[in-house]
Design a protein around this ligand. Structure first.
Ligand code: IMP
Ligand code: MG
Length: 190
């Protein structure tokens, strides 16, 4: 099997929920909103990508945003059971900046589900003294929320379905798909 045949067959395992074209144009709209809100700030704008799922969205947002910026990354894992109200979030890779007091942090996420990851990160970065902390997510599943959290900027609100592609994985696969899709049921086993 050639490399190309492999890519095509991965694509065929998912049904397209949001096309690449729609994603690109929505990221353009989000960029204009973000430019309006941050254009007048004297602080440094830092896009903080949450690894790994955010990287495709983050790269496109960087290209479309017409503002000076720096980028950084954090890696976290979230463990929570349905009965817990806060869940446990473990920091695997921390942000290492000395200029948080003069940085406007814009956290870039792939998707908000329970909301635990982002609400933890917002508190954490505020405690570390960031000048401001806001959030942009490509996707939001508000029906799954267990903590009170609303993103400042959101690409698409989606129903409670497990999605892959555009950075999002199922068991570390499908991140490379250029669209957001729903796996066909026969591929949902590991
Ligand atoms: P939260 O703390 O429950 O909001 O967790 C959000 C994280 O769960 C995201 O950053 C994703 O890594 C993962 N996640 C939630 N829903 C999906 C999905 O439908 N597909 C892939 N990953 C998901
Ligand atoms: Mg993630």
């Amino acid at each position: 099997m050639t490399e190309n045949e492999h890519k095509i067959s991965e694509r065929d395992k998912a049904n397209v929920l949001i096309s690449e074209e729609s994603i690109l144009s929505r990221i353009g709209e989000l960029s204009r909103e973000i430019e309006r809100d941050y254009g007048g700030s004297d602080n440094k704008l830092v896009l903080l990508g949450i690894l790994k799922g955010s990287i495709v969205f983050m790269a496109e947002l960087m290209k479309q945003l017409r503002l000076p910026m720096e980028i950084d990354f954090m890696k976290v894992s979230s463990y929570g059971s349905g009965t817990e109200s806060t869940g446990n979030v473990e920091i695997k890779l921390d942000i290492r900046r000395r200029d948080l007091e003069t940085s406007d942090i814009l956290i870039v996420e792939d998707i908000i589900d329970s909301g635990r990851t982002l609400s933890y990160l917002i508190e954490y970065l505020k405690l570390r003294g960031a000048a401001s902390v806001k959030t942009v997510t490509l996707l939001d599943k508000p029906s799954r929320r267990v903590v009170d959290l609303k993103p400042d900027y959101c690409g698409f609100v989606i129903p409670d379905e497990f999605v892959v592609g555009y950075g999002l994985d199922f068991d570390e696969k499908y991140r490379e798909l250029p669209f957001v899709g729903v796996l066909k049921p026969e591929f949902l086993e590991k």
